[in-house]
Every structure is written in C-alpha cells, then in structure tokens.
Design a protein around this ligand. Sequence first.
Ligand code: BES
Ligand code: MN
Ligand code: ZN
Length: 489
Amino acid sequence: MTALSLTTTDPLEAKSDVLVVGAYAGTDGPVAVDQIFAEAVSAAALTGASGKAGELTLVPGDGTVAAAVVAVVGLGPVEKFDAEVLRKAAGTTSRALAGRSSVTSTLGLLDLSSAAQGHLLGAYVFDRYKTPAKAPVATIALTVERNDKATKATLRSAVVTAEGVLLARDLINTAPNDLYPAAFAERATAAAETAGLSVEVLDEKQLAEGGYGGILAVGAGSTRPPRLVRITYSPAGATKSVALVGKGITFDSGGLSIKPAQGMENMTSDMSGAACVVATVIAAAALELPVAVTAWAALAENLPSGSSYRPGDVIRHYGANGEPGKTVHILNTDAEGRIVLADAIVRAAQEKPDFLLETSTLTGAQVVALGNRTMAVMGSEALRDRVAELAREVGEGGWAMPLPEELRDSIDSSIADLQNINWDRVGGMLVAGHFLSCFVPEGLPWAHLDVAGPAFNTGKPYGYQGSGGTGVPVRTLLAVIADVAGTAG
Ligand code: BES
Ligand code: MN
Ligand code: ZN
C-alpha cells in the first residue's frame, strides 16, 4: 500500500517528484486554492486547464517550487465543492501519479481525512496475478498546518478506514478458483486473529448438525463445501451491539437455473457483502469504536452438478433456540443469496443485537433501479433512512427503498412457508427485501443494503475507484457503527 505521512514543510520547498495542488473552476479559468500556487495554476491554465472537477494537469516545477512537477487537480466550482469532490480529486491524482516515488499533496489542507482516503483508495492496484506497468505511488506526504495529536489521529482513522476498504477489494478481486468458501474463511480468520478478534468457523459438518439448510443447499453443487464465519469484536464497556451479515457466494453460476455465459465472470464478486462485513469488523476494532460488532459471512459456491439443489426442492432454514426453521420452496436456484442470508440472519438475530445490517450483491433489479453507483437500502424505516443518508455522506451513494405491502404475498407458497422468487418481474429488488424481512425477528431494527451494482466496477477507473471490487459499503457500515456509538464527528 502507498505510505502516507504528514509534513509541515512549506509545500513550495518540498523536494518531492510531484507537488499536488488544487484549483477551483472560476468563471475565467482555474483559481488556485491558495495564492502561493498561483504561478503553477496559471501555467496549467495556459495548457487549457479550467479547474473542473477531476481534471489533472501536470506542469513543470518553476523557480518558485522545489518539486520537479506540479500536478494541478481541478476541484470544480467552489460552491459545489465537498468532501466527495476532494476524495475523487485525490484518487484521480494518485492513479495518474503511478510510477512516481515521492509526492507531496496539499489537498489535505482542505480536509485531511477525505484527501488521505482518496489518495489511498485511488492508489490501490490488485497485483496478485499481474505486475502493474507502473507501481502505485510509493509515498505521499500530506501537508498540514500543525502535526499535532488530533491531526495524527485524523490521519490514522482515515488510513484504517481505507485499509478496510482495500482488504475488501483484495478479497473481491481474488479469482474464484483461489477464493472458495474454505479459502475465504481462512483468510478472514487470519486477518481477524491478527487484529485480536475471536473467530468461529462452521464447516459443512457443523452446518449440518446446526440445521443450516439454506447455506448447505446452495453449497451442495460444489465440491468445495460451504462455511459460516463469525467474527466478534466486543470492547469492554460497550452498551450497544451491531450484527453485520454478508452474502458470501464465492462464485454464482446460477446453479441449475444457470446464468447466460456473457458476464458470468463478474459473479466472482458475489461475495462482496461477506468481504465488506469482515473488513468492517476488523476496521471497527482498529478504530476502537465503543460498540460490540459481530460479523457473519455466509459462504457457498453456487454451481450446477449432480449434487446441486434443484428448482422444486423444499429446504428448511436454520431455526433459532430449537424452534424449527422456516421452509422454502426453491423455484430458481439463482436466487441463492437470500437463501444463505436467511440462515445467517436468523443465527445473527439469535444473539439479540441492537441493530442488524445485512449487505449483499442480491439482485440485478438493484442495478436496473439505481445503477452502478447508488446502493439500495431497505428495512425498518428509521435505520434504513439513517443508513442511506450516511452512505451519501461518506460518498458511497445510497437511496432508501420501500417494501411495498402488496408485493409481500407474491412469495407465499402453497407447499412451504415461502418460495424464493415469484415469476412476476416487477420489483425484484423489493421482493428480495421482503423475503429477507421474513427472517428478521419482530422489533429488531434492520437494514438491507443491496450493492449489486456498486460493489464491483466492470467499467473504467474513475476518482478513487479502479476496476474491480470497490469495497462498498465498508465506509457506510463504519459510519453507521460510529453513529451508533455516538462518536461520529
Ligand atoms: N448475484 C446475483 C445478483 C447480481 C446480478 C449481482 C448482477 C450483481 C450483478 C443474484 O444471486 C441473482 O442471480 N439474482 C437474480 C434473482 C432472480 C433469479 C430472482 C437476479 O437478479 O436476476
Ligand atoms: Mn444468483
Ligand atoms: Zn448471487
């Protein structure tokens, strides 16, 4: 990972390869955020720079600057400037400066946390299978006015948050032949134990003994058996608890209800929810948030074979406290996320958390409804709205969606408690939300974050986001936990 440091050196005197300075878009061209950079910004203007958000212009360092190159990054019109504009500008800059060894950035003078996160997230490249043509920028020194305790703490929490996002991205980007349920469980265990957290992994035998009929059914078609991972962070003195549940389909072929070939390769990202809840609990611990957090990763590989679960099967879900679990008539094996999640939600709720947040790449309908950069949030009203708002605040994008009453009985079954789909194409995202709601105990505040679109960038890099796993919604989940702790600042 790119290393960040703090510096109080006058930026004009910083002897880095590159000095990063911001410029707003004024009516007559770019306007330097600080007059001391006016010369470099004028030089950028001569080559056509306007200061529009995300624009990046490299100009040679002149007599007033010690750095060899000045990178002038556009921040858009000053009245539209916000934390996300800054994160994106920092991310774009990091991506463009790959291959450079030392960079000094003055973007942190505007908002240290956002600049640091944008720089780190933008610098990330996934290099497990291929060495990138240019190495990520090695070190970025962030200029600050005072390098005091509060400044250091701000940087540290930004770095911990970014590290959480990058852990999730690494898991998501790992190919499914290398990241099957047991491999995911091992990596999650190693990361969590390093962070001092306690971990429990149920293997297929223990899942059978426990009656986890949903996770077992979805995993039945693969030679690589399913797992349920629990990671617990319980700080002394915590008065509130949050359960995080993540969909961990390490590959979703659709099973016997097989998907079309084109685009199936993207279903390597179908464990994004699980990756994000694992990364979140680890980051929450590193941030020492005073809230108990338990993450649940429901892991299975959905493949067609002679041992697969079938359309027509009736399965029985996990039942809490010795009660029989609900039965579900499977009509489509490709609606598998809700099946593994139902077991995990019941199990997580058994521990009586104060809040339950579940996240999943659950429906193609989410992408149709909100596109690739806005997650859908459903669930109990107050928590749903709080989560959607926090998602927008951290720059992940979120929108509250309803669970309309009239869609609920479309998943009633004549032979079981529920069926896993209806054959009506309307409101597929909401129907999935309804299905999950049937497994949430009455009175437990819960939210369902459908990140089918936002979890994985199949397009070009932009802002602080490269191609592949995004790590959405790690920053939203952390913001919710911080908000529950009352420490959001
Ligand atoms: N993992 C998919 C949803 C998905 C689609 C995620 C596109 C990311 C991008 C999920 O398991 C799925 O296949 N859902 C079906 C449900 C349907 C059968 C009711 C879908 O959305 O088509
Ligand atoms: Mn599916
Ligand atoms: Zn899926």
